[in-house]
Design a protein around this ligand. Structure first.
Ligand code: C2E
Ligand code: MG
Ligand code: MG
Ligand code: MG
Length: 283
């Protein structure tokens, strides 16, 4: 009996694994097809001057509306793209699309694009960056590339060389999700970043956790002494906004100001007096 039960459990387990493998294969096939058919989209989320708040730029964020499953988060499909060798072509597309869009914005407005660590492992993203700039005619100092600490974790000498090549093009290099890695501070020594984005988890707990508040204060003051801009991501309340401004954080991003929006709406945000609308909302 026990033996029979064991076999049953094993069969059940195998069936479950099989279903998972099938679902994963399907996701891979669907992602390849969606990319090939031009079904991936880019949305744009504003970055604002903390004291103003005027729009200084937008972050380009990938969106995938699956025909059966609906919206699939990039947090789910980017890792798949990385594993099936699709991240470099997708990033080339994102860079080209985002730079072309930004070329239509007022000249002070920047565009930020996320680069994946897997891209650095496969090839040199500096080529894709150079090509996007050449094709769009966008001034290099209007492009920012965001990397996470993991780019500096593996193959760091090679990756740092590639980062220097990107920077030599005149592009700004941003450390994304700062504070979530193992030794965040040491990464600031390995490359002269232009900007640090404080991870959303610190911003979320700003009100409740004195530790978080102290860390945010330390990072902004460190940034100031290193000549690095600090941005806070995930700002959702006016209290967080007030606090971040008081701590000397220069730039903000979050649902309080705007969610990521399609390009037409991003253009609209640029042409409406955004700060006035916000002041009204706060009052
Ligand atoms: P990220 O680069 O840290 O992007 C910021 C994420 O925080 C975005 O999630 C954005 O929608 C979200 N966010 C911004 N403000 C708020 C807020 O106030 N509250 C909350 N709850 N969330 C906020 P999204 O668009 O789902 O992207 C998730 C991650 O997927 C990104 O994190 C990035 O790592 C990756 N990703 C997105 N697009 C691309 C891309 O084109 N290339 C690569 N390599 N990765 C991408
Ligand atoms: Mg980012
Ligand atoms: Mg981020
Ligand atoms: Mg993040």
């Amino acid at each position: 009996r026990a033996k029979a039960d064991g076999r049953g459990a094993a069969r059940f387990f195998e069936a479950e694994m099989d279903a998972r493998v099938q679902a994963r294969r399907k996701l891979e096939r669907d992602l390849r097809a969606a990319f090939a058919l031009g079904e991936l989209e880019l949305h744009y989320q504003p970055l604002l001057v903390a004291s103003d708040p005027r729009i200084t730029g937008f972050e380009a964020l990938l969106r995938w509306r699956h025909s059966e499953r609906g919206f699939i988060s990039p947090a789910e499909f980017i890792p798949v793209a990385e594993e099936i060798g699709l991240i470099a072509p997708i990033t080339e597309w994102v860079l080209a699309k985002a730079c072309a869009e930004a070329a239509n914005w007022p000249s002070g407005v920047r565009i930020a694009v996320n680069l994946s660590p897997a891209h650095f492992r496969k090839q040199n993203p500096a080529f894709a960056v150079a090509q996007a700039l050449a094709e769009s005619g966008l001034a290099p100092d209007r492009l920012e590339v965001e990397i996470t600490e993991s780019v500096l974790l593996s193959d760091s000498a090679a990756n740092i060389a590639m980062l220097h090549q990107i920077r030599a093009l005149g592009v700004r290099i941003v450390m994304d999700d700062f504070g979530t890695g193992y030794s965040s501070l040491s990464y600031l020594r390995s490359f002269p970043f232009d900007k640090i984005k404080i991870d959303r988890s610190f911003v979320t707990e700003l009100g409740e956790s004195p530790q978080c508040a102290a860390i945010v204060r330390a990072v902004t003051s460190l940034g100031a002494s290193l000549g690095i801009t600090t941005t806070a991501e995930g700002v959702e309340t006016t209290e967080q906004w007030e606090r971040l401004r008081a701590e000397g954080c220069q730039e903000l991003q979050g649902f309080l100001f705007s969610r990521p929006v399609p390009p037409e709406q991003a253009r609209l945000l640029l042409s409406t007096p955004f700060s006035a609308a916000l002041r009204q909302r706060r009052a």
